[in-house]
Design a protein around this ligand. Structure first.
Ligand SMILES: Nc1nc2c(ncn2[C@@H]2O[C@H](COP(=O)(O)OP(=O)(O)O)[C@@H](O)[C@H]2O)c(=O)[nH]1
Ligand SMILES: [Mg+2]
Length: 259
């Protein structure tokens, strides 16, 4: 069985760092396990790790700009759409490695991968046979310190879940080393108890934002709890333990096998 995890999140939420760090972590812990990383961001210039499979071997942003005579934004959208043409090549390369784990780093701009056809199509096309998959959605710690930032990120996480339909999703609170314990507890509490989120919203937001936030958190209360939020810092070994444990459990439970 090959386990594929897609890291999805807003630009700067920590996808690339976590992809590289998690690979190192798994290899350090268990050298006989084989792990590969895939970069699916055709526009990325600098990466904190060297990907084993790289979409930039097939699509070069500057060439797309020149060939179609478009600017960088249009070229990012087109490059992202063009990725579906290389699904067979990516699948072939994955099979060459025959890995236990595949960590997929997605485009800096969340909407390119998740809200166009590309991401869901790649995820379902790569998902046949002996492959299990999961989505990890990243909540940037600095972003979700206020109730309204938390709620907007929660909405994004829910949209990603809708887009990737039945793929099991975990939500990760990234860069927890940058905020203090109390703040981490507060955010985790919001994710487990939407009443607490509503209380904080009442206290800390005002005007239209407060009204809207209250309405939205009401919807979440009525929907029941979404996926659990897992705190993670790539700088702390114990939090990588926690995250890897969750990922393993997702794949060990039956839920990711049938999609
Ligand atoms: N302190 C800290 N910084 C992090 C962590 N993860 C990522 N970063 C930083 O956050 C920034 C964005 O990370 P990156 O992985 O490029 O985000 P991406 O756009 O989602 O791929 C970079 O400056 C990283 O060094 C973390 O766990 N702790
Ligand atoms: Mg990145």
């Amino acid at each position: 069985m090959i386990k594929i995890n897609y890291f999805i999140g807003t630009a700067g939420s920590g996808k690339s760092t976590l992809t590289g760090s998690l690979k190192d972590y798994i290899l350090n812990r268990n050298p006989e396990v084989s792990v590969i990383t895939i970069n699916l961001d055709p526009g990325v210039k600098y990466m904190p790790y060297v990907p084993d499979i790289d979409i930039r071997d097939f699509i070069v942003l500057e060439e797309v700009m020149q060939k179609y005579e478009i600017g960088p934004n249009g070229a990012m959208i087109l490059s992202s759409d063009l990725m579906v043409n290389y699904i067979d090549e990516i699948r072939y390369e994955i099979d060459q490695y025959n890995p236990d784990w595949v960590l997929v780093d997605t485009a800096g701009q969340l909407e390119l991968f998740s809200f166009r056809e590309t991401g869901p199509l790649i995820a379902s096309s790569l998902g046949f046979g002996n492959i299990q998959k999961s989505v990890s959605f990243l909540f940037d710690s600095n972003f979700v310190l206020r109730p309204n930032g938390f709620i907007s990120t929660l909405l994004l996480a829910a949209s990603v879940q809708f887009r990737f339909r039945n793929i099991p999703q975990i939500n990760i609170l990234t860069k927890t080393d940058l905020i203090d314990e109390d703040q981490i507890d507060m955010i985790l509490n919001w994710s487990q108890d939407f009443m607490a989120l509503e209380d904080s919203t009442n206290e800390r937001e005002s005007g239209l934002i407060r009204e809207l936030s209250m309405l939205i958190s009401d919807v979440f209360i009525q929907m029941g709890s979404t996926a659990e939020l897992i705190p993670c810092s790539t700088k702390e070994e114990h939090s990588m333990d926690l995250l890897f444990g969750y990922l393993q459990r997702i794949f060990d439970s039956d839920q990711s096998k049938f999609y």
